[in-house]
Design a protein around this ligand. Structure first.
Ligand code: HEC
Ligand code: HEC
Ligand code: HEC
Length: 402
């Protein structure tokens, strides 16, 4: 008994202390796949010539923060860190000096990673070319400019924890949950936030705002959630940036290019299986038919400006011009993403699995706020679609967000 206890103590002390033996090529390759799945580059690469050297400015409702350097540079990067220090950062959001990170760094999600996965990430990062680059200090508003407030935030909102596999569910579901809740940090954008920037309780994946875009519901809400998408639809979207129902733009296009398009078919399938198991979530907002005048104006603008690609019945050409009838993102309570596409236009993303198939022009210059509101109301409420009213004020706000 004593020998077992001694081993439990010593073996775990051995496993958690100091640097591990030289990582194998397999561990490094595994770490690279994890770094892709976590989109570490999306936030930690400002200059493509210096991958992972940090310095990306990230705007939050509380002010701006710059991402640090993850390359092995010993002065300005994490080259001098121990494995345990790296583990503490991802698992607990604690810096080597004991201070707490801001949760813009999605450690509340990364906390769900297993220790071997965290160490594989570390092993891969250690193989990168070191670059010297020191990120500017955060520019956050009072009281968040005091890092110590994050201790209170953690006390209120952060529960470190490994995801125990659910034995009732299959391997795919468990893998999908690990990717969605952990590395993929999908809820950072797709879950609405409370006043303190933490996930709103009971509202997981019911849609959130990010950078002037709306990250739509990923639950199985009827009109504006993934109810109408099959597992294959979701997997195709994540792997290629489009499917027969929608195309990815804005922040989701970045996630697809940097992260989900690089995942294995098995992993995107697992994510889709997990998302399809999410419950319907909170009820969808009631909708009212927009005033006749707005629908009439909208129909005229649509016939003039949009019909050439999207067709009179909105059917478009799947995978080239996304169909508008039954489109979940289009019927979202928050129209921000639709307004962004109509104002700025959109370019179909190119991924290894699918080439660029075309683009949509922006209408910010040709159409007034009222005209954009009208055409948006028209496409949100035609062909069986139903969604809340969009006003010229909302369009003006969206226009000024960029
Ligand atoms: C959404 C943006 C975002 C993503 C995605 C992201 N990070 Fe970060 N990360 C940050 C920010 C911002 C900070 C600084 C937080 C602070 O100063 O409190 C940070 C800090 C860190 C730190 C602490 C570094 C130091 O010098 O103290 C590590 C380690 C880290 N990230 C690793 C990762 C890894 C590994 C991934 C991918 C699995 C990742 N990050 C993905 C934004 C991000
Ligand atoms: C940085 C923010 C962000 C992150 C992180 C993010 N998404 Fe998204 N997502 C968005 C936005 C914004 C859209 C709307 C895109 C558009 O306008 O085309 C979107 C759209 C989607 C859609 C299409 C839904 C529809 O009805 O059209 C799916 C599916 C999706 N995301 C899944 C995921 C998954 C799975 C993850 C995690 C692996 C994830 N997203 C992570 C911001 C994000
Ligand atoms: C030249 C062809 C063209 C014209 C004209 C055009 N679009 Fe598009 N539209 C596209 C393409 C291509 C996409 C997909 C962009 C992408 O992949 O990011 C798209 C995407 C959209 C989307 C997002 C749908 C989704 O789920 O991804 C909406 C909404 C939309 N268009 C509305 C309009 C409206 C309203 C007009 C007229 C004011 C219009 N479009 C004019 C080609 C066009």
């Amino acid at each position: 008994m004593r020998a077992i206890l001694a081993c439990v103590f010593l073996c775990s002390a051995f496993a958690s202390g100091g640097q591990a033996a030289d990582p194998t090529d397999e561990m490094i390759a595994h770490g690279k796949a994890l770094v892709d799945a976590g989109d570490c580059t999306g936030c930690h690469t400002a200059d493509p010539a210096k991958p992972f050297a940090g310095g990306v400015r990230i705007d939050t409702p509380f002010g701006a923060i710059y991402s640090p350097n993850l390359t092995p540079d010993r002065e300005t990067g994490i080259g001098a860190w121990s494995d345990q220090e790296f583990y503490n950062a991802l698992r607990f959001g604690i810096a080597p000096d004991g201070s707490r990170y801001y949760p813009v760094f999605p450690y509340p999600n990364f906390s769900k990673l297993t220790r071997p996965d965290i160490l594989a990430v570390r092993a891969y990062l250690a193989t990168l070319t070191p670059f010297a680059n020191k990120a500017p200090p955060p520019q956050l508003r009072f009281p968040f400019n005091f890092r110590v407030t994050m201790r209170l935030w953690n006390y209120l909102f952060f529960r470190p924890g490994i995801l125990e596999p659910d034995q009732q569910k299959g391997t795919d579901w468990n893998r999908g949950r690990y990717l969605v809740e952990g590395l993929g940090h999908c809820g950072v954008c797709h879950t609405p936030k409370n006043f303190f920037g933490a996930d709103r309780r009971g509202r997981a994946f019911s849609g959130g705002t990010v950078d002037g875009w709306f990250a739509p519901r990923l639950d199985s809400a009827q009109r504006s959630g993934l109810k109408s998408w099959s597992v294959d639809d979701i997997a195709e979207y994540l792997a290629s940036g489009r499917n027969g129902r929608s195309h990815a733009d804005g922040p989701m296009a970045d996630i697809i290019v940097n992260s989900t398009s690089k995942m294995s078919d098995a992993d995107v399938h697992a994510i889709a299986v997990y998302l399809k198991s999410l419950p319907p979530g909170p009820p969808e907002a009631a909708t009212v038919q927009p005033p006749d005048a707005s629908m009439r104006e909208g129909a005229a603008i649509y016939a003039h400006a949009c019909i050439a690609c999207h067709e009179a019945d909105g059917s478009g050409a799947p995978r080239i011009y996304p169909p508008l009838p039954g489109n979940a993102l289009l019927q979202s309570a928050d129209p921000s993403s639709t307004l962004r596409v109509i104002l700025d236009g959109a370019q179909t993303v190119t991924t290894p699995r699918a080439p660029n198939t075309g683009s949509m022009p922006g209408y910010a210059k040709q159409l007034s706020d009222q005209q954009i509101a009208d055409v948006t109301n028209y496409i949100r409420n035609s062909w069986g679609n139903a969604a809340s009213l969009v006003t010229a004020d909302q369009v003006a706000k969206a226009r000024n967000t960029r």
